[in-house]
Design a protein around this ligand. Structure first.
Ligand code: ADP
Length: 555
C-alpha cells in the first residue's frame, strides 16, 4: 500500500467552496486560505448556531502503544462511512503539533484511505493558528519581563512568575533556562522555562473560548505570578489582554478542510491529552454539531486522558453531551498490552490478546459510567489473523458491548460502514450523561474520584509542594474548578511501564497549577514533562522534498 503522504498527494481535493456548500454556506461566508482551506468566521458560526443540533459522537481509544491505535483514522473513516450511508457527518479534530510531526509519533491527519487533506499543510503550518498562539504566549512573557525591567510597579516577585514561554517544537534544551544575561539593559536575570505550545494555557483558552469577548475575559484572568507579599497578579493587572486578543483574532475561528472522500472536517486547536486537556476547540465541535446530522470528534490518547477530560471539562461548555462513545482498539496494541514484545506483534498470540483485553475492558467500563451508549471499533491491521479477530469480538460481546470490524485505513469509508450502522443505532438509545464529579467538590475529592474510578488507583498522594499549592488554591478561593490531570498516556497509572489494567497503586500528584484563564487546575502526576524531547532518530531524519515540491517521509 502507498504511504499516507503519497495517498494524500495523489488526491484531487474539491475547492473549499464546494465543501462549504455541503454545510449550506456560501463562498462569502468562509474566509479561504488558498484553495483547500478556509476559516469559519464569527458571523458564520453565529449563523450555524441558528440550526438544530445533530448527534455528537466521541471517538476515543485504549492506552496508546508504539503499535498504533488509529483514533484519527477511525474518526475520519467513520464520518466518510456515515456520508456514504446518506447521513450527513462533519468531523471536528485537533490541529497537529510540530512536536510529534518532527519527533516520534508523526502527524495527526488520519492514515491510509481515511485522511484529512491537505495533509502536509495541516501537519505543518496550516492556517497559522499554532504560530499565533506561540506569539501571543511569548508576547505576554516579554511584557512581563519588560514590566520587571521598567520598575516593576506591580511588585512582582521574579522568583514567583508563573508564565512560561512557549515553542511548538520538542526542544529539551529549553526546559529550564536563564534569561536576562548580560548588561542591565538586557532586563532582569531570572530562571525561566519553556513549554510546548500545545501544553500552554493559551492553547487551552483558545479551545474553551466561546467568542472574542469570552477570549478576552479568559486572557484577563490568566494568573501570571505573585507579588513579594504573595498576592496573585493577573493579566488584567498588566492591561494587555486587548493586545493578546488581537494576536489571536483569526486563530480563534475554526478551520474548514475535507477528507479524501470530501467529507467536511473542522480542524481547530490541538492541546495534547497527557499534559493538557486533549480536545479540539468547543467552537469547532459546536460548528460541526450544527452543520451536520452527526458531529464526529476525537479526544487525544487513551480514554483515561482525552475522553475523561472531554466529558468532565469540555462537555459542560458544549450545547450537548455525546450521544455515542466509540472506543478504538487494535489487536496489535492489545497484544502489546498483554506482554507481547513489539518485534513479535505480527505473529498470532491469542494468550497475549486475551491478557491485553483487560485494557480495553476497563476503558469500555469507564466510558459506560458516563451513561452514554458505548461501542467498540476494531481498527484492522493487515497482520491481524481471523482467530485473533474472532477472539476479540467474542471478548467484547461477553462484556455486552457492540463492536464492528473497521478497515477504513485500507478501504476508506466503505471499511467503516458496519461501524456507522452501530453508531446510528446506538445514537437512538437514551444517553443520560452523568458527570464524574461536581466542580464544587474539593480538589482532593475530584482527584481521588478520577484516580479511583477511571485509573483504578487505590489512593492519591500529594507531595509537600502540591500540599502547599493546595493551601494556596484554598486561600484564594480557586478550588471550585475542574481538574486536568497531566499523566503518562501509556498506562492507567502514573508509571508508563504498567501496561494492561493496573490497580491498587497510589497516584502521586507532584504539583497543582491554577490555570484561571482556561478555568481548570492542572494536577501533575508522575514525571510528565510539558516540554517533550526528541528521540534518538526523530521523524525529521526521514522527511524530504524534491525540486517539484513533492514531500516524502511525512506520516
Ligand atoms: P491516533 O489518532 O490514535 O494517534 P492515528 O489515526 O493518527 O492514531 O494513526 C497512527 C498511525 O497509525 C498513522 O500513521 C496511521 O497511518 C497508522 N494506522 C492507523 N490505522 C492503521 C491500520 N489499520 N493499518 C495500518 N496503519 C494504521
Amino acid at each position: 500500500m502507498k504511504t499516507d503522504i503519497a495517498i494524500a498527494q495523489a488526491n484531487q481535493a474539491a475547492p473549499i467552496e464546494t465543501i462549504a456548500a455541503k454545510l449550506g454556506l456560501t463562498a462569502a461566508e468562509i474566509e479561504p486560505y488558498g484553495h483547500d482551506k478556509a476559516k469559519l468566521p464569527g458571523a458564520t458560526l453565529a449563523k450555524l448556531r441558528q440550526r438544530p443540533l445533530g448527534k455528537l459522537v466521541l471517538v476515543t481509544s485504549i492506552n496508546p502503544t508504539p503499535a498504533g491505535e488509529g483514533k484519527s483514522t477511525v474518526t475520519v473513516g467513520l464520518a466518510d462511512a456515515l456520508n456514504q450511508s446518506h447521513h450527513s457527518a462533519v468531523i471536528a479534530l485537533r490541529e497537529p503539533s510540530l512536536g510529534p510531526v518532527m519527533g516520534m509519533k508523526g502527524g495527526a491527519t488520519g492514515g491510509g484511505y481515511a485522511q484529512v487533506v491537505p495533509m502536509a499543510d495541516i501537519n505543518l503550518h496550516f492556517t497559522g493558528d499554532m504560530h499565533a498562539l506561540t506569539a501571543a504566549n511569548n508576547t505576554l512573557a516579554a511584557l512581563i519581563d519588560n514590566h520587571l525591567h521598567q520598575g516593576n510597579q506591580l511588585n512582582l516577585d521574579p522568583k514567583r512568575i508563573r508564565w512560561p514561554r512557549a515553542l511548538d517544537i520538542n526542544d529539551r534544551a529549553l526546559r529550564e533556562t536563564i534569561i536576562g544575561l548580560g548588561k542591565p539593559a538586557n532586563g532582569q536575570m531570572r530562571s525561566a522555562s519553556f513549554q510546548i505550545t500545545v501544553a500552554s494555557e493559551m492553547m487551552a483558552i483558545l479551545c474553551l473560548a466561546h467568542d472574542l469577548t469570552d477570549l478576552k475575559k479568559r486572557l484577563n484572568q490568566i494568573l501570571i505570578g505573585y507579588t513579594y507579599q504573595r498576592q496573585p497578579v493577573f493579566v488584567a493587572d498588566l492591561g494587555v489582554a486587548g493586545a493578546l486578543t488581537v494576536l489571536l483574532k483569526d486563530a480563534l475561528w475554526p478551520n474548514l478542510v475535507q477528507t479524501l472522500e470530501q467529507t467536511p472536517a473542522i480542524i481547530h486547536g490541538g492541546p495534547f491529552a497527557n499534559i493538557a486537556h486533549g480536545c479540539n476547540s468547543i467552537l469547532a465541535t459546536e460548528a460541526a454539531l450544527h452543520a451536520g446530522e452527526y458531529a464526529i470528534t476525537e479526544a487525544g490518547f487513551g480514554a483515561d486522558l482525552g475522553a475523561e477530560k472531554f466529558l468532565d471539562i469540555v462537555t459542560p461548555q458544549l450545547p450537548k453531551a455525546p450521544d455515542v462513545i466509540v472506543v478504538v482498539a487494535t489487536i496489535r496494541a492489545l497484544k502489546y498490552n498483554g506482554g507481547q514484545p513489539l518485534a513479535d506483534l505480527d505473529h498470532e498470540n491469542l494468550a497475549a490478546l486475551r491478557q491485553g483485553y483487560q485494557n480495553l475492558q476497563r476503558h469500555l467500563r469507564n466510558m459506560q459510567r458516563y451513561q452514554i451508549p458505548v461501542v467498540a471499533s476494531i481498527n484492522q491491521f493487515a497482520t491481524d489473523t481471523s482467530a485473533e479477530l474472532t477472539l476479540l469480538q467474542d471478548l467484547i460481546a461477553a462484556d455486552h458491548v457492540d463492536s464492528a470490524l473497521t478497515s477504513v485505513f485500507a478501504d476508506g469509508g466503505k471499511g467503516g460502514l458496519a461501524l456507522a450502522d452501530l453508531v446510528v443505532t446506538a445514537a437512538q438509545r437514551p444517553a443520560t450523561y452523568q458527570r464524574l464529579y461536581q466542580d464544587s467538590a474539593d480538589v482532593v475529592t475530584k482527584l481521588t474520584t478520577i484516580a479511583q474510578k477511571i485509573y483504578g488507583a487505590a489512593a492519591v498522594e500529594l507531595t509537600p509542594t502540591a500540599q502547599r499549592q493546595l493551601r494556596q488554591l484554598r486561600k484564594f478561593g480557586w478550588e471550585n474548578l475542574p481538574v486536568c490531570i497531566a499523566k503518562t498516556q501509556y498506562s492507567f497509572s502514573d508509571d508508563p511501564k504498567a501496561l494492561g489494567a493496573p490497580s491498587g497503586f497510589t497516584l502521586t500528584i507532584r504539583e497543582l497549577i491554577p490555570k484561571l484563564g482556561a478555568g481548570f487546575i492542572v494536577a501533575m502526576a508522575g514525571n510528565i514533562l510539558t516540554m517533550p524531547g526528541l528521540p534518538a532518530h526523530p521523524a525529521a531524519e526521514k522527511i524530504d522534498i524534491d525540486a517539484d515540491g513533492q514531500i516524502t517521509g511525512l506520516s
